[in-house]
Write a protein that binds this ligand. Structure first.
Ligand SMILES: Nc1ncnc2c1ncn2[C@@H]1O[C@H](COP(=O)(O)OP(=O)(O)O)[C@@H](O)[C@H]1O
Ligand SMILES: [Mg+2]
Length: 314
């Protein structure tokens, strides 16, 4: 593809390219950014991940769906170097990344979002952002001793963090403890932090979980903006409305395996998907909003938090 092609044409071409892709597990993509082969991970005899072959198309939004325990999070952890597989290999942008550390995977351009842990909650919003930067000054002991070498890089990281915080409307919160943010703002911070390393592929694990429906629209907008600015997105989401609304392609996992793939409308009418999601309830119509209640449940605490956030707004 020509380097000087405008990004919207590149994205359009990538999305159109999916039209020729077979709707079968492991189907070949015209321009695969990530290709996984024979990736297996078991925990105490349970096959958490057993992916024979999976290709993720570059420049589109791919949703990864499946019931709880299907292995979606474990798959993300394996691909991004946070967990080690028992077997398998994967190639990202032409580079074999199996066995490579998480920081090297991030440098290669593939990152996953992380929930705000207790430790991160005690840091400020800006400090959280700085942690997401590709190269931390001070990583290299020699450079750390020579302040003039790293001071400009420090400023660069802070500038970039502030730009992203503005984009996600968190700039006024930069000095607040991350733990003081509302549910929706935390999700925005998780996304913003992942972007500090300029990833080619960003993996979002349940980016909408626990967020009040009133705030999901802006999260959705940020996800489509990512794609439209040239970032490839792979995201896990239970809310089928969201999946149908923003994904270009859907991959379904169940019991560690990829059981279906295709465009959203097609996949949601697939018997294997219905079986994977609903077990015995075969009569439920997936073409409808049947799945919404299952994953869309928002716990009372998160809901109250989101409500408070809305009330704060003038
Ligand atoms: N660190 C772990 N130790 C033991 N079992 C785990 C661990 N992580 C995941 N599992 C198991 O692996 C399976 C897949 O889990 P997970 O990847 O979290 O699924 P999903 O994200 O699709 O809900 C589940 O059976 C889960 O209990
Ligand atoms: Mg999970």
């Amino acid at each position: 593809m020509p380097v000087d092609m405008p990004v919207q044409d590149v994205v359009e071409q990538a999305r159109r390219g999916l039209a020729s892709v077979e709707h079968v597990p492991g189907s070949a993509k015209p321009d695969a950014l990530l290709v996984a082969d024979g990736v297996r991970r078991s925990f105490g005899g349970v096959n958490a991940v057993d992916v024979e072959h999976l290709e993720v198309q570059r420049h589109v939004i791919t949703a990864l769906i499946g019931p709880n325990g299907a292995g979606k999070t474990t798959f993300f952890n394996l691909m991004t170097g946070f967990d080690k597989p028992d077997a398998g290999r994967w190639v990202f942008d032409g580079r074999t990344l199996g066995g490579v550390s998480a920081s090297r995977v991030a440098k290669a351009g593939m990152v996953r979002t992380f929930q705000l842990t207790k430790a991160l909650a005690r840091m400020t919003v800006l400090e959280n952002m700085r942690l997401g930067a590709r190269e931390q000054p001070g990583e290299n002991l020699f450079a750390a001793l020579v302040k003039p070498l790293w001071a400009p890089r420090e400023r660069e990281i802070t500038d970039k963090a502030m730009q992203l915080l503005e984009r996600f409307k968190l700039d006024t919160k930069k000095d607040d403890f991350a733990g003081s943010l509302s549910g929706g703002q935390r999700k925005l911070l998780e996304m913003a932090r992942a972007l500090m390393s300029d990833p080619q592929l960003v993996m979002l694990d349940e980016p909408m979980a626990g967020v009040n429906p009133a705030l999901t629209q802006s999260l959705l907008g940020h996800i489509t903006d990512l794609r439209d600015s040239g970032t490839t997105v792979l995201f896990v989401e239970h809310d089928m409305h969201m999946v149908r609304h923003i994904s270009d392609w859907v991959v379904v996992m169940a019991q560690g395996q990829v059981v279906a793939e295709g465009p959203p409308a097609d996949v949601m009418a697939d018997q294997a998907v219905i079986d994977a999601y609903l077990g015995a309830h075969h009569d439920t119509d997936l073409g409808d909003d049947a799945l919404l209640d299952e994953g869309g449940a928002i716990d009372a605490e998160a809901e109250a938090e989101a409500d408070a956030e809305i009330e704060e707004k003038p």
